[in-house]
Design a protein around this ligand. Structure first.
Ligand SMILES: [Zn+2]
Ligand SMILES: [Zn+2]
Length: 341
């Protein structure tokens, strides 16, 4: 089977490897669509894991199951989560699935951009979802990214009528904009420096946009919110500058969601009194767990989010390097998929 293996940021090779054997509690999926994630193109993040078969957002059809597998059968159309928790440990029992050791160490084999993917026991049992007929494979490839946004809104503590400021309007920002109303947002403001992405965001439901290449984000946010700031500020870009600016845009009582890590070694300086006297919260939102993927699939089934609106590029596996470059450039693209026959 063909797989896309990353050796360095500019060296992705299509390699032929044997189709994995299926153990008694495992299943094999023929991949139909597999997304490239914004996290896949953070060089420091992905290169420390290299060499690896890239991609972690596959959807496809089960073609073989092990002897002990009762809940799935060949022919099932599925979303597969690349990490799955044990559901038993203290982290899992409080819903902090991504802190579970099993979540951290579980993985799909060999990775998402591969003609076939082996689903190990924990992933099959705890976070593989059968998709309804009305959900396409391309839609199903969105379950994981949409689930990350579901978690982000849950952690934000958003309340009905809140003003949401989304900083960074790549695909993850676009999904936030599409779901903001569902989670109760009143006004939705999007900020980015790429016109294509700003325009797209308006189509997807933003009420106002701010082009940060020629406008001060703080001033523009204040003027759109009668000087108050946004109740919820979601910070997408992988930079401390974006975090610092984002913190200046929050209304008293509001919350900043750090949706992305900073670069290694960077530190964020905060004025504790600014937070204290304004009752400002900072929360993080790292990845997602099985409760989020289930909610995500429901939202996708209800067409609140869809591949039709988000997928801008499709490539065959042989052109994974072009797909990867398109995501890394972060210009006139949103979701980029590798699709298979
Ligand atoms: Zn992802
Ligand atoms: Zn656990």
């Amino acid at each position: 089977m063909k797989t896309a293996k990353l050796y360095s940021f500019i060296d992705i090779r299509i390699e032929d490897i044997p189709i994995p054997d299926v153990g008694p509690n495992e299943a094999l999926v023929k991949v139909k669509a597999s997304g490239i994630c914004s996290g896949d193109v953070m060089p420091w993040y992905i290169e420390k894991k290299a060499p690896l078969v890239i991609g972690h957002e596959p959807a496809g059809e089960i073609i073989k199951v092990g002897d002990n597998v009762k809940d799935f059968s060949p022919g099932d159309r599925v979303f597969v989560h690349h990490h799955a928790p044990c559901m038993l440990c203290s982290f899992c029992s409080r819903g902090d699935y991504v802190q579970c050791n099993e979540w951290r160490t579980s993985r799909i084999i060999p990775g998402g951009i591969s003609e076939y993917v082996l689903i190990p026991e924990t992933n099959l049992k705890n976070d593989t979802l059968r998709i309804p007929d009305s959900v396409s494979y391309e839609d199903a490839a969105l379950v994981e990214p949409v689930a990350c946004v579901v978690k982000s809104f849950k952690r934000s503590g958003i309340k009905s009528g809140d003003t949401v400021l989304m900083i960074g309007l790549g695909v993850m920002g676009a999904i936030h904009v599409m779901l903001a109303r569902h989670f109760g947002a009143g006004k939705i403001i999007g900020a980015d420096m790429v016109d294509y992405r700003l325009d797209k965001t308006v189509e997807l439901g933003a009420d106002n946009i701010i082009n940060v290449s020629n406008t001060s984000l703080k001033e523009a946010t204040m003027s759109l919110t009668e000087g108050k700031g946004a109740d919820i500020v979601i910070i997408g870009p992988n930079s401390v500058e974006a975090m610092e600016t984002g913190l200046q845009c929050i209304a008293p009582g509001g919350t900043a969601v750090l949706f992305t890590p900073a670069k290694p070694g960077e530190s964020l300086t905060i004025d504790p009194n600014h937070l204290y006297f304004n009752d400002i919260n900072i929360v993080t939102s790292y990845s997602c767990g099985p409760d989020d993927t289930r909610q995500s699939l429901e939202l996708i089934e209800r067409k609140i989010v869809s591949a039709e609106k988000l997928v801008t590029h499709r490539f065959p596996i042989d052109r994974t390097i072009d797909a990867f470059r398109t995501v890394a450039e972060a210009k006139e693209s949103l979701k980029v998929l590798i699709t298979f026959d």
